[in-house]
Write a protein of this length. Structure first.
Length: 352
C-alpha cells in the first residue's frame, strides 16, 4: 500500500482489486486508485483534495477507526464494515484495513466483503459495540460528575437543567452498555411504561436544547393506561422524531411550533401476530411541526438507513425509530406538506 504515498497511482496499485485511499493529516483525500474510484462512484479528480466526510457519511465506522489509528500506530482491521456515501447508490459491506504512515498520513484499504456466515457479522458488530462502550462511558462519567458538582454548589434555578443532564447521560450510558453486549433495538426489554412520562422527558430535553426558537405544546389524554414497552428504546425513538421536528420548525422562517398529542386510536384495532390472536386496541402518538415539509419523493424512504435530507446528514435517526416501533409491534407513518409534517405512531395497548 505504500506505493500510494505522495505519487500518482501506478503499477500494482492501478490493477489492485482493493480500493486504496490515501488521507492526509487533515483527513482529506490525497490519492486513490481506480478500484477506489469504482467503489465511491467518483473520479480521482473529483475525490482528491476533498475531506473524507464529504465522500463517506459521517456516521461511518471508518471515522472511529481513523481515531483509533491516531492513538495506536498498529494496523487496524475491521471486517464486514458498512460503507456508504452521497455518490454511492447502495451501501457496500467491506473488509477494512487502516494504517498510519509517515507524515501522519493514512492508508485505507477497502475490499468488498464476501458473503459470510451471519454469526461472523454479529461478532464484528459486537466488537465494535465494546469499543464504542469503552470510548463513550468515560466522558459520560465526567458529564455526570460535573453535573453533580454543580448541583452541590447550589446555583439557583439550575436544578431542572442539571437533572436533565444527569438523566440523559445515564440513559445514554444504559444504551451503550446494552450495545456493548450487542443488544439491538430489535430486542426490547419490556416493562410497565408510562408514555406520557417518557414524552415529558423528551420535551424537557428539547426545550433546553432549542431555547426560545421553538414552542412545544403537549395535548395528552390522561386516561391512557401504562403499556408494556422498553422505556429507553421508546424514549430514544420519540427523541429522534421530536428533534427532527424541532429542527425543521426552527428553520421554517416563522415561529417554530411542535405539537405532541396522545389519544386512543378510535375505531382502529391492530392485528399483530407476536401479540397473540385477535385484535388489540391501540394508542396514538402524533408529533407535528410547521417546518418546510418532506418532499413527496422522499416520504417513502425516510425510514431507510442512511436516508437524510440534512446537510451532512447521517440518516440513522429515523431508521432507529422504525426499528424500535416495529420491535414494539407498532406502526409509524408520515404525512407531510409545506408547513405541516406529522409523524403518527400507533402502539398496541397491551396494558402493564
Amino acid at each position: 500500500m505504500s506505493t500510494l504515498t505522495g505519487v500518482k497511482p501506478s503499477g500494482l496499485a492501478d490493477v489492485a482489486p482493493i480500493a486504496l485511499i490515501q488521507l492526509d493529516a487533515r483527513r482529506r483525500i490525497a490519492n486513490v486508485n481506480p478500484a477506489a474510484e469504482s467503489l465511491l462512484k467518483l473520479s480521482r479528480r473529483a475525490l482528491v483534495g476533498r475531506p473524507l466526510s464529504e465522500v463517506i457519511f459521517h456516521d461511518s465506522l471508518l471515522f472511529e477507526l481513523i481515531d483509533r489509528a491516531e492513538r495506536d500506530p498498529a494496523e487496524i482491521t475491521a471486517p464486514a464494515t458498512p460503507v456508504s456515501g452521497p455518490s454511492m447508490q447502495v451501501r457496500v459491506i467491506c473488509d477494512v484495513r487502516l494504517r498510519m504512515v509517515e507524515g501522519q498520513n493514512f492508508i485505507l484499504a477497502l475490499a468488498e466483503a464476501p458473503a459470510r456466515d451471519p454469526s461472523e457479522g454479529i461478532a464484528g458488530a459486537a466488537g465494535f459495540g465494546r469499543i464504542l462502550g469503552h470510548e463513550v462511558k468515560n466522558p459520560l462519567a465526567g458529564i455526570i460528575g460535573a453535573a453533580q458538582l454543580l448541583e452541590r454548589q447550589g446555583h439557583g434555578g439550575q436544578s431542572e437543567l442539571l437533572d436533565i443532564i444527569k438523566d440523559e447521560a445515564r440513559r445514554i450510558e444504559r444504551l451503550v452498555n446494552r450495545l456493548s453486549a450487542f443488544e439491538l433495538f430489535s430486542a426490547p426489554r419490556m416493562q410497565g411504561c408510562n408514555v406520557h412520562a417518557l414524552l415529558d422527558k423528551v420535551l424537557a430535553s428539547e426545550r433546553a436544547a432549542m431555547g426560545a426558537k421553538v414552542e412545544f405544546r403537549r395535548i395528552f389524554d390522561p386516561s391512557l393506561p401504562d403499556i408494556m414497552a422498553d422505556p429507553d428504546h421508546l424514549q430514544q425513538a420519540f427523541q429522534n422524531i421530536v428533534r427532527n421536528a424541532a429542527e425543521a420548525a426552527s428553520e421554517s422562517g416563522a415561529r417554530g411550533e411542535v405539537v405532541i398529542r396522545t389519544a386512543y386510536a378510535a375505531g382502529l384495532a391492530m392485528r399483530q401476530a407476536r401479540l397473540g390472536p385477535g385484535l388489540h386496541r391501540a394508542m396514538l402518538i402524533s408529533i407535528e411541526d410547521n417546518g418546510a415539509g418532506i418532499p413527496r419523493e422522499r416520504q417513502s424512504t425516510i425510514f431507510d438507513v442512511f436516508q437524510s435530507s440534512k446537510s451532512g446528514g447521517r440518516g440513522l435517526g429515523l431508521s432507529v425509530v422504525s426499528e424500535v416501533i416495529n420491535a414494539h409491534s407498532g406502526q409509524i407513518r408520515v404525512d407531510s406538506q409545506p408547513g405541516a409534517t406529522r409523524f403518527t405512531v400507533l402502539l398496541p395497548l397491551t396494558e402493564a
